[in-house]
Design a protein around this ligand. Structure first.
Ligand SMILES: Cc1cc2nc3c(=O)[nH]c(=O)nc-3n(C[C@H](O)[C@H](O)[C@H](O)COP(=O)(O)O)c2cc1C
Length: 216
């Protein structure tokens, strides 16, 4: 069994999402000492490029699938795409920890999403034109930090500066590629709390994460 931890904060020990994710991983490891835990730190590990060539190959992949083929060769930027998709596919469970940056996610996490959302690899289109996710049977635990607090729900124009494109976006992409069991722990107001109150909040969220890991 393999747990893949995708870490999207660059702030190491200072990061709220990484600290709570570490509490999750520590509790998970204690419960499942024989499981493999792979950490993909998005600000540390350079992701494969996905630019003009990758975009062109994505179009070729779609054409090949429409013509009944099995997908294009793993050459050039597409080879990097396939490597990242294989890393995700090889995991039995996924933990994703991320800060909110400008109401959404840090750019390396978007880069990662642009790599792994691929036709014929992580989703397909059925005969009725409906999208079908191919990353199935894995639970996903989100651990999300934000400086402010945000009402739960789909972003509405009326939410103004309290509009959250982080959790709804990540859950949307996850559902699109096939995840059904999606759990979330939110750490809010990290920028608004004084140090003692923040420490108290983080201790509570770490305890929640350890409990969540027990049933993951
Ligand atoms: C570049 C940047 C942009 C940010 N944008 C927002 C934001 O739009 N909304 C918010 O509530 N907090 C924002 N914050 C605050 C972070 O979400 C907050 O510090 C959070 O704890 C970061 O997660 P981390 O501690 O795991 O790194 C931003 C922080 C940075 C560095």
């Amino acid at each position: 069994m393999k747990l893949l931890h995708i870490e999207a904060s660059p702030r190491k020990e200072a990061s709220a999402s990484s600290r709570v994710a570490d509490a999750f991983v520590t509790a998970y490891r204690r419960r499942h000492p024989d499981h493999v835990i792979e950490r993909l730190a998005l600000f540390e590990e350079p992701l494969p490029a996905f630019g003009a060539e990758g975009a062109q190959q994505k179009t070729e992949q779609i054409l090949d699938l429409v013509r009944g083929g099995g997908g294009i060769e793993a050459t050039g930027e597409w080879a990097g795409v396939m490597r990242e998709v294989e890393r995700l596919a090889s995991a039995d469970k996924v933990l994703l920890s991320s800060p909110m940056w400008n109401f959404s996610i840090p750019y390396p996490l978007k880069h990662y999403i642009d790599l792994i959302c691929q036709p014929g690899l992580t989703f397909r289109v059925d005969a009725q034109g409906r999208y079908v996710g191919l990353v199935t049977g894995k639970p996903l635990q989100l651990i999300l930090a934000s400086g402010g607090s945000y009402p739960a729900g789909f972003p509405l124009e009326t939410h103004g500066p309290a509009t959250d494109f982080q959790r709804p976006y990540l859950e949307h992409v996850a559902r699109f590629i096939g995840f059904e069991d999606i759990r979330a722990i939110r750490i809010e107001r990290t920028s608004a709390l004084l140090p003692d109150a923040l420490e108290e909040l983080l201790a509570r969220r770490c305890a929640e994460a350890a409990e969540a890991a027990a049933s993951f």
